[in-house]
Design a protein around this ligand. Structure first.
Ligand code: SF4
Length: 358
């Protein structure tokens, strides 16, 4: 069975205030990095039906570099090939280059259509550039366009979130990833007490999330995962592999992989990555995709999971109780969380896992 290929592109023009993804701002290493990616893909020698360039900022790579990477991999002709792209590096020439290089799905890091919010996050683009990026993507031949949206920003309320979603849904996009802001330790945002103290509390965050889900559904973006919404048929095939415990190989500093029941990660060290003949891989989980983990991952999906045979009776009993509280539905021998259930998914997963183990 073909696998997913994830390529971590560890370059950004500048670090955003909230970000703890691995990236560096020195782009002079980009050609050596691309050669290392090519070496590692060839050394692995797998066949792929999805490819995802994440980052970092993949749109800082040139079309020539992306083409060279894709040419090194054995990729099925009908593969989904995504690249994340920031609106500040999404001019029509760059997008056309990426499209010609083989990218067929673009994921734009829009985050907000409110200039004040974008500035607060330390993003390099404004809302006009974000709107233009979508137009440029269409004009460059992309018909599969996703946008990232952040929820729960400082000073945000339900009205400002609704306005963001309404404006975003008017653009020609097919997919929206809507993530709640998380203040990570050791990021500049964590030091900004005035901003942090004005982030929505749990109650407002829950209201924001539920209103966002409702409005997105109204706008024809159906929820297929806790944080992902799309027009029918535009679900991200690559990310579905993560939640369905399917195999994927990750390359690039900080990339993760899951193959044959083992998870491993590449160290966050661009020089180590570039100058090693083969990427270093640290095993992070010897027993990935256990029944418990499958349950945990598949409950992130709106389609839910089949009731496991192991502990089925006990799980049904626990699930029925949760159903009474509107947190999940049981149908056709499957358990599916409701949006209200997604809000407390960690607790539900613990409860069901315990029932499975008893
Ligand atoms: S562009 Fe993306 S990866 Fe780079 S710093 Fe900003 S959020 Fe992080």
């Amino acid at each position: 069975m073909s696998k997913g290929l994830y390529i971590h592109v560890p370059f950004c023009r500048r670090k955003c205030l909230y970000c703890d993804f691995y990236s560096v701002t020195d782009f002079s290493l980009s050609d050596s990095y691309v050669n290392a990616v090519i070496r590692n893909i060839k050394a692995r020698g797998e066949r792929y039906d999805t490819v995802y360039f994440g980052g970092g900022t993949p749109s800082l790579l040139s079309g020539r570099q992306v083409y060279a990477i894709l040419s090194a991999a054995d990729i099925e002709s009908c593969a989904e090939i995504s690249a994340e792209c920031n609106p500040d590096s999404a001019d029509i020439n760059k997008l056309s280059e990426l499209h010609s290089a083989g990218i067929n799905r673009i994921s734009l890091g829009i985050q907000s259509l409110d200039d004040r919010e974008l500035k607060m996050l330390g993003r390099l683009h404004d809302s006009a550039q974000a709107v233009l990026a979508v137009k440029n993507a269409r004009a460059s031949g992309f018909d599969n366009i996703s946008a990232d949206l952040m929820l729960g920003l400082p000073f945000q309320n339900i009205e400002t979130v609704k306005s963001n979603i309404s404006r975003l849904s008017e653009l020609e996009i097919n997919h929206i990833s809507a993530y709640m802001l998380k203040v990570e330790e050791n990021t500049p945002l964590a030091e900004k007490t005035e901003l942090v103290s004005n982030i929505a509390d749990d109650e407002l965050s829950a209201d924001i999330y539920l209103s966002a889900v409702e409005l997105l559904e109204e706008k024809d973006f159906y929820q297929y995962e806790i944080s992902n919404f799309s027009h029918r048929g535009y679900e991200c095939r690559h990310n579905l592999k993560y939640w369905k415990c399917e195999d994927y190989f990750g390359t690039g500093p900080s990339a993760h992989s899951c193959i044959d029941g083992k998870r491993f990660a590449v160290p966050k060290d661009i020089c180590g990555y570039i100058y090693s003949e083969r990427q270093q891989e640290i095993i992070t989980d010897e027993n990935a995709c256990s029944d418990e983990e499958r349950l945990m991952l598949s409950l992130r999906l709106a389609e839910g999971c089949p009731i496991p045979e192991n502990g089925g009776e006990r799980i049904i009993k626990a699930a029925k109780e949760l159903q009474r509280h509107g947190l999940l539905n049981i149908s056709d021998n499957r358990i599916m969380l409701t949006p209200k259930g997604f809000l407390v998914s960690n607790s539900i997963i613990c409860l069901l896992s315990e029932a499975m183990e008893e």
